[in-house]
Design a protein around this ligand. Structure first.
Ligand SMILES: Nc1ncnc2c1ncn2[C@@H]1O[C@H](COP(=O)(O)OP(=O)(O)OP(=O)(O)O)[C@@H](O)[C@H]1O
Length: 664
């Protein structure tokens, strides 16, 4: 990948003036070469990497970006690159191998990596980052709650990108937060990745000497996103040290010093002010900059920065071919960097193909993976929609089955609430011959419809919050359609809510002793099942549309209170002021109570309610006249409730597609 005069501008909200975060940055990232992006905090390292990776969600980019000598086309480039984010966000319920298989299947097409070969490929990639022994370990949440260690999680994050067989891998601060030993292990995985012939670019903060020794080249930025140095570091960073030492006034480098620390210290804004120098200007005038520019020109061919920018070279247009790296390129790159890359660990060799070649003893040609990716470059996703849905749904179901805390809690609460309601209204389900008896039945139904479904609403929110973080990463990697994720998320809940509804209804129905006919019991169960589903989907929808848990809980609770008040139990339908009727009709609780009450009592013409003073009327007539409940509506109510479910599923879809709470 080559880029020239890349600038990036943002317009902070409420500010008329654009802020420039990158200022004409140029460079070349080559196969088999490990390039570090360094600079003071806030210099623009992550910004540059995000711009080059096409991960910025706003702002304006200028300049030329080429992939394999042609203007970068983002859709194709997304399939060719891996982006190791600083935070290691994974599905905690998956094992290491499952997470990698999931990524491989969704990011490499079945033509290039048949499902039968995926496991062998993944196993091979696990060897690259030395995760083989942890293949069957559950990822977990890390820290005291168990699962992979911080360092193993980082190697997993790298592997998740590697199994997509990318040509170029961007890594955002892969060693941050790790101790020296853990950072060393991660760097070995990074180095192994480079040895497969891939282009690897890392942002990194003040690495120690051992870590620094792993890097071949450096792009050093200063605040404002301007280049201070770009080129080979040389053995033990001698090229960098000799360049900076040649600038008059720069503090002397002593052999015992950490070169990264020294470099950042002598080029800091304070040091610049002390020397009265602008290191970016010094760089532009230097002989090393001329050599770097020559290299950049060689890779940029005849493209001018302005032309490419106008043609959408930054994020669209152009005719980018998928990256095809000849083995010679990797070898040449290695030769140009002290031969560091040529030696590969184990059976991993630098080689050709879009994703570098792995020579193993598999019974299929891994070399083909990525090498033929150009054939699919027009396809946005590696897999067809139904395959995406199956893979995402399968993962969601497995995760739910393993999430014993979530399921344990919801089944326990269902059991406990059913018994509490059952003991409160014990045996009153058939006492329909007095107004008090009917109100008891209504109360039991109102409580049953509200309590457990509301619990579901609150309990699902943290689950969705956790899944959303993983979704953002996977969406950015172009693994599947957002609609697939939304569909799988809803479908995976259904069997568990189904079981929960059976547990809840069986206990409640028997203890309250509603009428024991299979028809009435089935109607009752159906409405309660729908109530649970609606509230679960509503929790998912609210969590997807709002930025965080407090916002989701606040908005969900407010709506539930409104539903509660206007569902026709606390205030009868006929007593609700006309201008509030929308809250009665646009309210799923209204229909669930309506359905439960009318199917229990709306057809009971042979029993009479005592109205006092010797007057009585059939139960069915009382229910119809008092609550406006028509028995004939029971089927329509099912359709209305399905409509509410659809609305909340749509809310989830809109939330994940229209609102992104991860702006970059
Ligand atoms: N969307 C944005 N709007 C305004 N300023 C931004 C935006 N994104 C980044 N910045 C600013 O741009 C500068 C560069 O940010 P960036 O995160 O790229 O720096 P960095 O070199 O990676 O820093 P660090 O090492 O601390 O992560 C910072 O001053 C940051 O505050």
């Amino acid at each position: 990948m080559a880029f020239r005069d890349v600038s990036y501008f943002v317009r902070p909200s409420g500010d008329k003036k654009e802020l420039q975060l990158l200022d004409k940055v140029s460079g070349v990232f080559r196969p088999g070469v490990l390039t570090s992006l360094m600079g003071a905090s806030g210099a623009g390292k992550t910004t540059l990497m995000d711009v080059l990776a096409g991960r910025k969600t706003g702002g304006r980019v200028e300049g030329l970006q080429l992939v394999d000598g042609a203007p970068k086309r983002q859709a194709a480039f997304t399939r060719l690159m891996g982006y190791v984010e600083e935070l290691d966000v994974h599905n905690p319920q998956a094992t290491v191998e499952e997470a990698l298989l999931f990524s491989a299947r969704l990011r490499v097409s079945s033509e290039l990596l048949p499902a039968a070969n995926a496991k062998a490929f993944v196993r091979h990639m696990m060897e690259v980052v030395e995760l083989g022994p942890l293949a069957h370990r559950l990822i977990g949440w890390g820290g005291p709650s168990g699962g992979l260690s911080t360092e193993a999680r980082k190697r997993l994050t790298i592997a998740v990108e590697l199994v997509a067989n990318p040509s170029i891998v961007f890594m955002d601060e892969p060693t941050t937060g790790l101790d020296a030993r853990a950072a060393g292990l991660v760097m070995r995985a990074v180095r192994n990745t480079v040895a497969t012939g891939r282009t690897v670019v890392c942002t990194i903060h003040q690495p120690n000497r051992d870590i620094m020794d792993n890097f071949d080249e450096l792009l050093l930025l200063k605040p404002g996103g301007r280049t201070i140095f770009f080129g080979a570091l040389g053995e033990k960073q001698t090229s960098l040290v000799s360049y900076l030492s040649s600038i008059s006034g720069v503090g002397r480098y002593e052999p015992h010093m950490n070169p990264a620390e020294w470099m950042l210290e002598v080029t800091s804004p304070a040091a610049e002010a002390g020397l009265g120098l602008d290191f970016a200007q010094v760089w532009e005038a230097s002989q090393q900059a001329r050599a770097a520019n020559q290299l950049i020109e060689e890779h940029c061919g005849g493209y001018s920065s302005a032309t490419a920018a106008n043609r959408g070279g930054c994020d669209g247009g152009g005719n980018a071919a998928a990256s095809k790296r000849p083995a010679a390129a990797a070898a040449a790159a290695a030769a140009g960097n002290g031969g560091k890359v040529a030696a590969a660990d184990g059976d991993v060799e630098a080689g050709g193909g879009g994703g570098g070649a792995l020579k193993g003893n598999q019974d299929f040609e891994v070399d083909k993976v990525g090498g033929n990716e150009a054939a699919n470059e027009t396809r946005r996703y590696a897999q067809l929609t139904h395959v995406q849905l199956w893979l995402v749904l399968h993962r969601a179901l497995v995760s739910h089955c393993r999430n014993t805390t979530y399921n344990g809690m919801r089944f326990t609460i269902a059991f406990a609430l059913a018994w509490i309601l059952g003991s409160l209204y014990w045996g009153r389900g058939m006492k329909r011959n007095s107004i008090v008896g009917l109100m008891d039945i209504m109360g039991a139904i109102f409580s049953g419809v509200l309590f457990l479904p509301m619990t579901n609403l609150m309990m699902v929110m943290p689950q969705v919050m956790a899944e959303r973080a993983v979704f953002y990463r996977e969406k950015a990697s172009g693994m599947y359609r957002p609609a697939v994720f939304a569909a799988a998320q809803g479908l995976a809940e259904m069997p568990f809510v189904f079981l929960e509804s059976i547990l809840y209804v069986v206990i409640m129905y028997c203890t309250i002793h509603f009428e024991f006919t299979s028809e009435k019991a089935l109607w009752f169960w159906l409405y309660i099942w729908f109530a649970l589903m609606i509230c679960t989907f509503m929790g998912m929808g609210f969590m997807s549309m709002t930025p965080n848990m407090p916002a989701a809980i606040a908005s969900g609770s407010a709506l539930v209170l409104l539903w509660n008040l206007f569902c026709g139990f606390l205030i009868y339908r006929k007593d609700i002021k006309p201008w509030y009727l929308w809250a009665y009709y646009g309210n799923p609780i209204t229909y669930i109570i309506y359905g439960c009450v009318t199917t229990q009592m709306g057809d009971v013409w042979d029993e009479h309610v005592d109205l006092g003073n010797g007057a009585a009327m059939p139960v069915a007539a009382y229910v119809r006249d008092t609550f406006n409940y028509e028995y004939s509506m029971r089927g329509w109510i099912v359709l209305i409730l399905i409509g509410f479910m659809a609305v909340f599923r749509a809310a989830t879809y809109l939330g994940i597609t229209r609102f992104s709470y991860q702006s970059r």
